[in-house]
Design a protein around this ligand. Structure first.
Ligand code: GTP
Ligand code: MG
Length: 363
């Protein structure tokens, strides 16, 4: 970490809006100032838990101490231990979700909880509560819609199991190359969101693929993402709920499915062009080697070649059609967003203040 600039400021200038132009940051708010700022706005701390009786109370108390104005919610998911009781004793409001999985719980949290700023953190006490101010800062200053506590950032000193680190990096490089972004952590469970993002993002994942879905949909809808380095400590109690192969497969599947849905022309176009190029091989073989092949073999190769060519053209056409549909639905979403913003009195009020400040500065 360099001495001259705090990590948060550097992250905002480097990663805000991902591959768009960096935004200048005027100054850093100190910790107390950030927490004070939260008081007129409702802050919710969301903790998804499944069998975390050993650590949940500590997490609740730590976050309550860091942000006293916040309300802490624990979302329990059929825990067979004392998770709910420990959370309640520590001062949290406990909700229950029957459908098993971190994705179902995240969706329930976003649906049920009403707040302006949402902090989401794991219940196994692996994330530093003191970093919550750095994570909340960009959202409170309206410089980000989602802040991710990046465990894999160059400035983070995280304790990872080797297999976990490897899995995280694999998924990360796949997402970065497919969506053309430069994120450093997409699976982190430590995040802060504003209300617009929590209430505006349609999520469907049921399990650990939820963080991937959140990130991709945020990128595609143009939400501003900022990463802040956080130091992950290794889990000291309870059991990991992640299965490297099952959840890894679900995460990669989510990336590819969303790539197909959001970038259909690139997805089907690449498949189409590959098939068309592949069609030349049997075609040339049939034409160039007549002396070595029987008539039947040459006919079979020709049919195979034409088949590949047709499949390639079909894939290209599907890509073009879906691309137009995706564009139209993006336009529709844009209009819906404007309409929603118009209907939000708090946003209109803030815009009016900005406009007043700007005209005061001009005069
Ligand atoms: N409510 C609910 N929470 C879950 C479920 N699965 C995991 N969680 C919670 O989500 C958080 C992250 O799960 P972890 O098992 O710690 O996964 P991880 O952080 O990727 O992996 P490790 O820390 O290495 O175990 C923890 O607070 C879990 O209790 C679930 O099915 N329901
Ligand atoms: Mg964990």
């Amino acid at each position: 970490m360099s001495a001259e600039k705090p990590a948060e400021i550097r992250e905002i200038t480097e990663h805000s809006n991902l591959n768009r132009a960096p935004q200048p940051v005027k100054r850093e708010l100190d910790r107390t100032e950030q927490t004070r700022l939260s008081s007129p706005r409702k802050v919710a701390i969301l903790i998804p838990c499944y069998n975390e009786e050993a650590s949940v109370a500590e997490v609740v108390k730590q976050f309550q101490a860091e942000v006293p104005a916040a309300r802490v919610y624990v979302f329990d998911n059929n825990s067979t231990d004392e998770t709910a009781k420990r959370a309640q004793e520590a001062g949290a409001t406990v909700f229950y979700e029957r459908r098993q999985g971190k994705g179902f719980v995240t969706r329930a949290m976003f649906r049920e909880v009403d707040a302006d700023i949402y902090v989401m953190v794991d219940g196994d006490n692996v994330f530093p509560s003191a970093s919550v101010h750095q994570l909340m800062g960009p959202v409170m200053r309206d410089e980000a819609d989602m802040v991710v506590g990046s465990r894999l950032h160059a400035d983070a000193r995280s304790e990872f199991r080797p297999l976990n680190r490897w899995g995280n990096r694999l998924v990360l490089s796949l997402l970065n190359s497919v969506f053309g972004v430069r994120l450093t952590d997409i699976l982190s469970g430590y995040r802060v969101f504003n209300r617009k993002m929590v209430k505006g993002l349609p999520l469907f994942g049921g399990g650990f693929e939820i963080e991937t879905e959140l990130t991709i949909k945020a990128i595609e809808r143009g939400y501003r993402i900022v990463e802040v380095p956080v130091n992950l400590t290794s889990r000291s109690a309870g059991q990991s709920k992640v299965s490297l192969f099952r959840d890894g497969f679900m995460i990669i599947n989510t990336i590819l499915a969303l790539f197909r849905d959001y970038r259909p022309l690139t997805f089907f176009g690449t498949i189409g062009l590959t098939l068309i190029l592949a069609a030349f091989a049997p075609g040339f073989a049939a034409i160039l080697n007549p002396q070595y092949l029987s008539l039947f073999a040459r006919l079979a190769l020709a049919v195979f070649s034409v088949g590949l060519m047709l499949c390639g053209l079909l894939s290209l056409t599907v890509g073009l059609v879906l691309h137009s549909i995706a564009r139209r639905s993006q336009e529709l979403e844009y209009h819906l967003q404007i309409l929603t913003d118009e209907l939000r009195p708090d946003l209109r009020q803030r815009q009016r203040i900005h406009a007043d400040e700007a005209s005061a500065g001009l005069s």
